[in-house]
Design a protein around this ligand. Structure first.
Ligand code: SOE
Length: 392
């Protein structure tokens, strides 16, 4: 099927996230043919071999070793940033100034000042932006959002979010460098707060609403690691674990927990929301199921039910297989590209955009402030509406 208007993509970063994005650009034209299609114009990595191999493997027309070259090219519409966090702000600001649309991995910046600069850049240039909070596009979570919008849970009182991993538990694991930059706060900005809690925070912003205040604590369990670049033992400042309590603008309360030291858990992202009329529960390890309790059910039959979110009337599932057959992690990225393309075509607000990313980063910032001050800290509300007229 011919594309309506191809979106010419320049991707920065060839790691894990670069692969998820490249795969999404490829697949979207097959499963969402009603949207215009991305064209994979160029990929950029500082390492020439990595860039060339990635371009060949994922079908990019060309490769670059300097992102500035990508930004200068006039055959690219969208700069997609999937490189480590310390590169996000500089690339995004330059791309927006050059009139390009910008997509960026989460979190936006390493700190609030960088995130704010990124938002200012896209808003003053009037270019479209997107943050890859991909879990919003899990069909079961999209269904949860629909149910909340329709009032099925009623007023929300409590919610719980956690994201547990164990991949950094070995004291021999270095910090810094290609695979382990997430452990170096100079590059990442923070540890689990900006990496894992950020996903919980984005889900909470989306499903529960704006935060009012937070109170949290963090810990670094292994305080020194060899730095992959210097070869020397260096202090670790990226937190291994973080816990916080939150009070939302709607008066509800929540707890949040993330760690990379939960032995046996690889990506246990779970959430539960309790409302006046019902509750929901979800678990990334079983991502196509949504648990739902409705107090409105006949009293003798009331109980938790499992919704297998794989039917054609479930969000996104019309595009996939026949009812009952499920999809997975990589599809969330494909859905995000499909929604982005549809937003560009219709003018519908693209979410989450950089301003939504800033709202999440403001919560990250307040949690880290609270961990230092050992007090409740207010969360600044950045989720002001952004007029999309003329965007793109
Ligand atoms: C960290 O291990 C990580 O890869 C995060 O950076 C991703 O955002 C998360 O989706 C999975 O875990």
């Amino acid at each position: 099927m011919p594309a309506k208007r191809d979106l010419r993509v320049g991707l920065v970063g060839t790691g894990f996230m670069g692969r998820t994005h490249a795969n999404a650009y490829h697949q979207v034209r097959r499963f969402f043919p009603q949207e215009s299609a991305p064209e994979l114009v160029a990929v950029c990595s500082r390492d020439e071999d990595k860039a060339a191999n990635f371009a060949a493997q994922w079908g990019f027309g060309s490769h670059e070793t300097d992102w500035r070259r990508l930004v200068e090219r006039d055959d690219i519409d969208l700069i997609d940033i999937a490189s480590p966090n310390d590169t996000h702000a500089e690339i995004a600001v330059a791309a927006a100034k050059a009139g390009k649309m910008v997509a960026c991995e989460k979190p936006l910046g390493r700190n609030l000042a960088e995130s704010q600069r990124m938002v200012d850049a896209v808003e003053s240039a009037g270019v479209a932006s997107m943050v890859w909070y991909n879990y919003r596009r899990v069909p079961a979570l999209a269904l949860a959002r629909q149910m909340i919008e329709e009032g099925k849970l009623g007023r929300i009182f409590h919610s719980r979010f956690k994201f547990l991993q164990d991949w950094t538990m070995s004291a021999d694991l270095p910090q810094g460098g290609a695979g382990t930059w997430r452990l170096d706060a100079k590059l990442a900005g923070s540890g689990v707060t900006g990496d894992l809690l950020a996903h919980c925070i984005d889900a909470a912003l989306w499903l529960v609403g704006p935060f009012a205040e937070v109170c949290g604590t963090t810990e670094v369990f292994i305080r020194e690691r060899t730095h992959a670049l210097s070869g020397k033992r260096e202090a670790v400042t990226a937190e291994d674990a973080g816990l916080f309590l939150a009070r939302f603008a709607n008066g509800s309360l929540a707890s949040f927990e993330a760690t990379r030291f939960a032995r046996g858990h690889k990506a246990l992202f779970t959430l539960e929301i309790n409302g006046e009329y019902g509750s929901i529960e979800w678990d990334l390890h079983d991502l196509h199921r949504l648990q739902y309790f409705s107090h409105g059910d006949e009293s003798a039959l009331r109980g938790w039910r499992t919704i297998h979110v794989s039917d054609s009337d479930h969000p996104y599932m019309m595009a996939w297989w026949v009812p009952g057959l499920q999809i997975g992690y990589e599809h969330t990225f494909i859905h995000q590209v499909a929604d982005f393309m549809r937003g560009l075509a219709t003018g519908e607000k693209l979410v989450p955009d950089f301003r939504d990313g800033l709202a999440a980063d403001a919560v990250v910032d307040a949690v880290l402030r609270s961990a230092r001050s050992r007090r409740w800290e207010a969360v600044e509300d950045f989720a002001a509406p952004f007029n999309l007229e003329g965007v793109g």
